[in-house]
Ligand binder design. Structure first.
Ligand code: GDP
Ligand code: MG
Length: 287
């Protein structure tokens, strides 16, 4: 009975508040809390530890229910280079994620090339080149302001000629002009597929978890105009806003493949639904 007192109405109110604070969305927070009340009763969970278990299981189930037939693994070409295109608005972490992933796959023994197809921002190519230097991988780049599609072409040709395993393509993300941006991405994809019919294997949409509802808005926009194959959710360090994964999943049915946890080369992890559910409630469940 002493234990039972800790899982009272106040607990569920805190839980709902935590969910809202984590950006899962008000309706989802309400629905989940209702569901958790029932689950806790049903499973006769009384101690904090038991309730924690139910909370995490319910969240993971909620996450997975939306992702039936969904595939969170990375896809690679069965032979020849794999092309992975990174899309997303400025500042979300595309270039940084490429730098991290390039290091990771290089360490696995893969030959990696980078294409600097963000040719609009001064410094964008340079930033990718710095990552290339750090990772010890070659960067294919063009003159400032060249057609980004030409850099993509050069990158794909280099990947074929050098028998690279993976080509990561960095792109620009100017939000001011969506139509142009989407046309540009479509053009890049056409050029890739012309040279390598099975590519790109992946179009990863990078979203900044600290931007809340904006991230969902962006996901909607990109999903409507290009075949996004997965999501990279960045900047989960220093924010409790990881709950944004739920509305993205529930509405858009896109798998989160990677999460960014800092600016360093090793601050990237494959997404894990159990870990995610636990981290969302860390304080509440330990308290
Ligand atoms: P891009 O415009 O999409 O290419 O974004 P960048 O890769 O240039 O990243 C923008 C800023 O966000 C840079 O200062 C990065 O160091 C930072 N950044 C990227 N990913 C993360 C992350 O997971 N955590 C944190 N704290 N910062 C990140
Ligand atoms: Mg960039």
């Amino acid at each position: 009975m002493a234990n039972f007192r800790s899982v009272d109405e106040e607990f569920f109110e805190d839980l709902e508040e935590t969910l809202i604070g984590a950006d899962v969305g008000a309706q989802t927070a309400f629905d989940l809390t209702e569901q958790l009340r029932d689950e806790v009763k049903l499973q006769n969970a009384k101690s904090k530890a038991e309730v924690s278990q139910v909370v995490v299981e319910t969240l993971v189930a909620h996450y997975q229910a939306q992702g039936v037939n969904e595939d969170a693994t990375m896809h690679f070409a069965s032979d020849g280079p794999t092309v992975i295109l990174f899309v997303g608005v400025n500042g979300v972490g595309k270039t940084t994620t490429i730098g991290k992933l390039a290091a990771r796959y290089k360490a696995e023994g893969k030959k990696v090339l980078l294409a600097a197809a963000d040719t609009f921002r001064a410094g964008a190519t340079q930033q990718l080149q710095e990552w290339g230097k750090r990772d010890g991988v070659e960067v294919i780049a063009g003159e400032p302001n060249v057609d980004p599609a030409s850099v993509v072409y050069d990158g794909v040709r280099a990947a074929i000629d050098q028998q690279a395993d993976i080509l990561f393509v960095d792109t620009a993300g100017r939000l001011q002009n969506n139509v142009n941006l989407m046309q540009e991405l479509a053009k890049m994809k056409r050029i890739i597929s012309r040279e390598l019919p099975a590519e790109p294997q992946e179009v990863l949409l990078v979203l900044d978890s600290t931007t809340g509802q904006n991230a969902i808005q962006q996901a909607r926009l990109f999903k409507d105009s290009t075949d996004v194959s997965g999501i990279v959710l960045t900047k989960l360090d220093g924010t409790a806003k990881g709950g944004i994964i739920l509305p993205i999943r529930n509405e858009l049915h896109l798998p989160v493949k990677w999460i960014g946890l800092g600016e360093g080369v090793s601050d990237l992890q494959p997404f894990d639904a159990d870990e995610f559910a636990k981290s969302l409630f860390g304080d509440l469940l330990e308290g």
